[in-house]
Design a protein around this ligand. Structure first.
Ligand code: ADP
Ligand code: MG
Length: 363
């Protein structure tokens, strides 16, 4: 399979009695930007460190470019790594920091100069080359840290939460730069983050992880619109998808999800199999997949009362009560509703997600 850049096969990793990864499988394509997304402690760094060779695996194998590197030294794996903490040498200039690894590897000076110049150009840090890290801002330091991976001329870049130490503005700026970097270099990139926005904006594919297990591996829009299970559905999206616990019922030949006496017709829902009456389910609808006060023929209408309005400029977020519970609805920022206003909601059931209440898997 020469389209595969990194192949993780039946990987297991335990720290003593604690198993963090258990027979995990993951193939990353050549040139792909793959994001490992999950909350703190789910095993993202452990997986990345196994790929990097910083941890000895307990079982399984790792291939990079068709070569079994499971027991290779990190430096022989053709990878470059960028960490959350920049870990620059404080006494060295930016230029010396960038070239350090190359000098250790005893590359010819001309080659070192060429690579440092290229990395500095790509990252636009030429004016900083003579400075020490203490004379740089956080964003500039992280750019140098990325540069240190870049000069190594590797096939695969590994990033472990590289933006987490930066403030919000810098984070979004550097996020765009990393995306631009990937577009111009076309290296394979594996990027660890707990930030769903970074994952959605950067990734070709996202692997959503929980407790060391990949819950779903797909492109961002599939993850967002067709979550495989309740965990993925709730993890991605802000505010979260609205969830309604209910039961499938047959009402005069029509399948509905009944929630506290309110029926949601399932005709438009792209179900994977038969929807058996009596099945307990969770109906999930994202805030932007609800129409407010729009007369669309054929759509089911539900009465609701505005509880709170959160205008956010471009969007307006309404919090209201339906079927005995609070839900959020996202509408255009220009549309305003005072608390207490009665309005009509219609769910876009074609964009809904329904999960089995027991298995929590999409149905
Ligand atoms: N050296 C270690 N010894 C023991 N447990 C560890 C070690 N490193 C990580 N762990 C545990 O492994 C789990 C996964 O950690 P980690 O991969 O760092 O998570 P993440 O990067 O997703 O936040 C956590 O429960 C963590 O406490
Ligand atoms: Mg981590």
């Amino acid at each position: 399979m020469n389209n595969v850049s990194v192949s993780v096969r039946d990987l297991s990793l335990s720290f003593g009695a604690v198993t963090v990864l258990d027979t995990l499988n993951l193939d990353i394509k050549n040139g792909e930007f793959l994001v490992l997304l999950g909350s703190s402690g789910c095993g993202k760094s452990t997986l990345l460190n196994c790929i990097a060779g910083l941890l000895d695996v307990t079982g399984g194998q790792i291939f990079i470019k068709d070569k079994n590197v499971t027991w290779e030294e990190p430096k022989d794996r053709g990878i470059g790594m960028v960490f959350q903490s920049y870990a620059l040498y404080p006494q060295m200039t930016v230029e010396r920091n960038l070239s350090f690894g190359l000098r250790v590897a005893k590359l010819p000076q001309a080659e070192i100069d060429k690579r440092v110049a290229r990395a500095a150009e790509i990252l636009q840090i030429q004016p900083l080359l003579k400075r020490k890290p203490s004379e740089l801002s956080g964003g500039q330091r992280q750019r140098v840290a990325i540069g240190r991976a870049l000069v190594r001329d590797v096939d695969v870049f590994l990033f472990d939460e590289p933006l987490s130490n930066l403030d919000a503005k810098l984070r979004s700026e550097l996020r765009v730069e990393i995306k631009r970097l990937h577009q111009s270099l076309e290296n394979t990139m594996i990027y660890v983050t707990h930030d769903q926005i970074e994952a959605l904006t950067l990734a070709d594919r996202i692997a959503v992880m929980k407790s060391g297990v990949i819950q779903q591996l797909a492109d961002p829009m599939t993850i967002y619109n067709m979550p495989e299970n309740l965990f993925v559905a709730g993890f991605i999206g802000s505010p979260s998808m609205n969830f309604f616990r209910g039961e499938i019922k047959d009402k005069g030949g029509h399948k509905v999800v009944e929630v506290n006496g309110v029926d949601f017709g399932m005709e438009a829902y792209p179900a994977r199999g038969p929807l058996e009456a009596g099945r307990k389910v969770v109906l999930g609808v994202r805030p932007e997949h609800v129409k407010v006060d729009e007369n669309v023929s054929g759509l089911e209408v539900h009465d609701a009362i505005v509880d709170i309005e959160e205008p956010m400029g471009a969007d307006n977020l309404l919090w209201l009560k339906l079927a005995g519970q609070t839900m959020s609805v996202r509408i255009a920022g220009s549309r305003r509703y005072a608390p207490g206003t009665a309005l009509k909601l219609s769910f876009d059931m074609a964009m809904a997600s329904v999960f089995d209440a027991v298995t929590e898997n999409r149905i």
